[in-house]
Design a protein around this ligand. Structure first.
Ligand code: SF4
Length: 180
């Protein structure tokens, strides 16, 4: 039986290794791009469009959700002064994974996951807790993988180089630009 999985991602470099790992694990993934945190719009479009091109080349199924910008700003503004890896990031992960879980539930994906854990700058533990909490809330399964393990991050760099993928130099939100 096909194990349909919705794989949240923020960009082509992060998904490049993660999706192959998910396939190796026996799942049938579709990529889900939902990242209202990315600022400014020019950067958002650059990351999204690079992912569209990469998915076409690799024949990956891709779903783009361009919504949620006002909601993201409203829910994170109280945490503007937080450092990266602080409380704002947990809220940001929750917003993005919540929408992923909701979409998965409404569209017949029994599993969801995220490539966010491939980043050495993000807390695997926090992402894992949020993913598992949402799985319970939406009655679906969170596939809990620390993609950076077993040289996952290094492998994503190699694939990015091979495909000449655009790699951002800050996490994504306006607060992370100021601090980078
Ligand atoms: S630093 Fe990154 S993870 Fe944290 S709130 Fe900003 S975009 Fe989200």
């Amino acid at each position: 039986m096909t194990k349909k999985l919705l794989l949240h991602t923020c960009c082509a470099p992060c998904v490049s290794y993660s999706i192959e790992k998910i396939k190796e694990m026996g799942y049938s993934p579709a990529i889900y791009f939902f990242n209202p945190n990315i600022h400014p719009m020019e950067e958002y479009e650059k990351r999204r469009d690079e992912l569209i091109e990469f998915s076409k080349k690799k024949n990956y199924e891709l779903i783009i959700d361009n919504s949620g910008f006002d909601d993201w700003l409203k829910k994170t503004e109280a945490y503007a002064q937080e450092p990266e890896r602080g409380a704002r990031c947990a809220v940001c992960f929750d917003i993005r994974l919540r929408q992923t879980a909701k979409f998965a539930k409404e569209n017949g994906y029994p599993y969801f996951s995220t490539s966010l854990t491939i980043s050495p700058h993000k807390s695997y533990k926090v992402i894992s807790e949020i993913g598992n909490k949402l799985a319970e809330e939406f009655s679906i399964s969170y596939v809990d993988v620390d993609f950076k393990k077993n040289d996952g991050f290094k492998k994503s760099l190699e694939i990015s180089k091979e495909y000449n993928l655009f790699r951002q130099n800050y996490c994504g939100c306006k607060y992370s630009i100021r601090k980078s």
